[in-house]
Design a protein around this ligand. Structure first.
Ligand SMILES: *[C@@H]1O[C@H](CO)[C@@H](O)[C@H](O)[C@H]1NC(C)=O
Length: 464
């Protein structure tokens, strides 16, 4: 009897804690660093036993193999996102200005249009057998992936790749206060000077203006063209684009307080930063390991990341960097996309570095003033590391917890922010300011009137 009870209990427990959900993950940005985030997101979801459908452009370069994983191929996005968009020469010359909200909006709307117009996405959306418990969509400055909700009629979660940004927060709560929250793209460090504070306000107002008055028209057009006909054909209701845009249940942020600013965030914003870091660091490939072991004076790793390519640097700058690197006693590993001839002995070119393994092994040793700086950085990094690791849940666990929370609570309506229903002018009390100004104006008018009565009568008195 006792045995049966414990078996039943065990079975019950299994049902409670391992409920498998159907999850749609939309990660259409054809850039390696975004792909790493998407891949690790689905890895955690699959490990938790869920079924995942993954919209990804990386089908040609990566092998996706899991019985619970289905792929929707948007590799055509790679053609759209060609190298000219991340050419460092163009960025340095100002020809490409990513601080410009017009450029940013154009790029992201174009990418969303390409994704929604993709024949594979079309046939996926049209397939009546597709059903999901929840959708996770990468934000990347585009609100458009919210339209998937209309087709699958289920809760929607945004995934934001950067520190908390007003662009995503305005969709689930309200924009961040620009007087002490830097726009990631501008990169000021709070507390700001007067000039910086005004600059932050100006950028945010400009961005909000585009978001409210310029972009929606184009976005709605794409929605009408690519999604609405499918809804009609399936006999589903056709919600307004605006309604979909502000209907997300949660934001999962690739952020952690310890790496950013300790600012108040709404409860529907949850940090999961670090979820993409492997728990067990893979050993370095043999060639790199040998290089690192033989570097008596330490190693310097130089990389511009995955979006910006070293090969696009102006030639003079490449030569200048090589010259400086050549004079160092350290071994320099440079992530460079093609082979360089005439590299100094201590400089080694790698096309792609297993960064996590590499960084884990990097040691800096230097003398005098540089050494002091490095000790300061090392101490700071250790402090951050303690705070990062001392948390109630690992980032990957937090990811699964919040996704499951949204499904179980049918869209987490208890986390919805009432601020969404309060227009910004009311949040800033601009209406009160208007009432006060109007009252002051009326009082001034009345006073002026009364004074003019006196002053217009006094001359008469004099004349008499
Ligand atoms: C809005 O969100 C709720 C809860 O997450 C979801 O059930 C509903 O389908 C969404 N509404 C629309 C119009 O997509």
């Amino acid at each position: 009897m006792a045995d049966l009870k414990s078996v039943l209990f065990g079975v019950l427990l299994m049902f409670c804690s391992c409920e498998a959900y159907k999850i749609l993950a939309i990660f259409p940005v054809p850039s390696t660093s975004h792909g790493i985030l998407g891949d690790n997101m689905i890895k955690h979801l699959l490990n938790a036993g869920h079924e995942v459908t993954y919209i990804t452009p990386f089908i040609k370069t990566k092998k996706y193999n899991h019985p619970n994983l289905k792929i929707v191929d948007v590799s055509a996005n790679e053609e759209y996102f060609d190298e000219s968009l991340t050419d460092i020469k163009m960025i340095m010359s100002g020809a490409l200005d990513y601080k410009d909200p017009v450029l940013m909006a154009q790029l992201t709307i174009m990418l969303a249009t390409t994704t929604l117009g993709n024949p594979n996405v079309h046939s996926f959306l049209k397939d009546p057998n597709q059903q999901f418990d929840v959708i996770i969509g990468e934000y990347m400055f585009s609100d458009m992936y919210s339209v998937f909700q209309a087709v699958f009629q289920c809760p929607f979660i945004w995934f934001s790749t950067i520190q908390p940004h007003w662009g995503i927060l305005k969709m689930v709560h309200a924009p961040l206060n620009p007087s002490y929250n830097s726009d990631y793209i501008i990169g000021n460090v709070a507390p700001f000077t007067f000039k910086e504070r005004v600059q932050e306000l100006w950028y945010q107002l400009k961005g909000l203006f585009y978001h409210k008055y310029i972009n929606p028209e184009q976005e709605d057009k794409v929605y009408q063209e690519h999604v609405v006909p499918i809804l009609r054909a399936q006999g589903k209701p056709v919600p307004n684009y605006e309604e979909l845009k502000y209907n997300a249940s949660l934001v999962l942020g690739n952020s952690q307080v310890v790496f950013g600013n300790a600012v108040p965030l709404p409860p529907n914003y949850q940090h999961i930063g670090g979820f993409h870091i492997d728990e067990d660091v893979k050993p370095l490939p043999e060639d790199l390991k040998k290089l690192m072991d033989n570097a008596k004076n330490g190693v310097i790793y130089f990389s511009l990341g995955s979006n910006i390519r070293s090969k696009d640097l102006p030639d003079s700058m490449k030569e200048g960097l090589l010259e400086i690197f050549g004079k160092l006693k350290q071994t320099v590993i440079w992530k460079f996309e093609e082979n360089l001839d005439k590299t100094p002995k201590n400089v080694h070119i790698v096309q792609w570095a297993p960064q996590q393994s590499l960084l884990g092994k990097l040691k800096c040793n230097d003398n005098y003033i540089n050494g002091l700086y490095i000790y300061r950085y090392t101490a700071k990094i250790k402090e951050i590391s303690v705070a990062y690791h001392h948390s109630p849940m690992k980032p990957g666990e937090a990811l699964n917890f919040w996704v499951e929370h949204v499904v179980r609570t049918r869209g987490a309506p208890h986390l919805r922010s009432v601020a969404l229903q309060v227009p910004l002018y009311q949040q800033a009390y601009l209406d009160l300011l208007a009432v006060i100004l109007a009252a002051v104006a009326v009082i001034l008018l009345v006073v002026k009137r009364i004074l003019s009565l006196f002053t217009s009568e006094s001359p008469k008195l004099k004349r008499n």
